[in-house]
Design a protein around this ligand. Structure first.
Ligand code: HEM
Length: 132
């Protein structure tokens, strides 16, 4: 019988399903942001085109989840909080970001245990982005 550690993926990146699955998650996240009226405040702080944000969040998340460091290779240290300072991010924007990501993870059918763990980690980072 396989011990639990034998079947648990080595990284969250592998657990999500690798690059294709991370890209699908990011695409769903920005599609929902664009479509759902409940995420309008979050959408409003973003530029008209989400194409650059899609690529950057995809590259960033690959590394953040323990996979390839695509973002750092292109841009150096993420300095995430500093890069978010031009945008007004309060509790509403943080909560909409979280709700949008949680819906994207659910629709992409990530393992429920993984969804729970990522939700906790995302919440720490999203709350740290607040600047108003
Ligand atoms: C808390 C609510 C958040 C809001 C309102 C927000 C908003 C934004 C906006 C407006 C941009 C710029 C997009 C563009 O220039 O096209 C951005 C970029 C970015 N965001 Fe967020 N964000 C939030 C949370 C997060 C979190 C939790 C993460 C990571 C887990 C993240 C990762 C990134 C990355 C990697 C970029 C690209 C940075 C760059 O290289 O310019 N954001 N975000």
């Amino acid at each position: 019988m396989a011990a639990e550690e034998d079947i648990t993926p080595a990284t969250a990146f592998a657990w999500v399903g690798g690059e294709g699955a991370v890209r699908a998650l990011v695409d769903r996240f920005y599609d929902l942001m664009d479509l759902e009226p409940g995420f309008a405040a979050l959408r409003a702080v973003h530029p008209a085109s989400l194409e650059s944000a899609r690529d950057k969040l995809f590259w960033f998340l690959c590394g953040w989840l323990g996979g390839p460091d695509h973002y750092i290779e292109r841009f150096g240290h993420p300095r995430l909080r500093a890069r978010h300072l031009p945008f007004k991010i309060g509790i509403t924007e943080r909560d909409q970001w979280m709700a949008c990501m949680m819906q994207a993870m659910a629709e992409c059918e990530l393992d429920p245990t993984l969804q729970q763990r990522l939700t906790e980690s995302f919440l720490g980072t999203a709350d740290w982005m607040r600047n108003v």
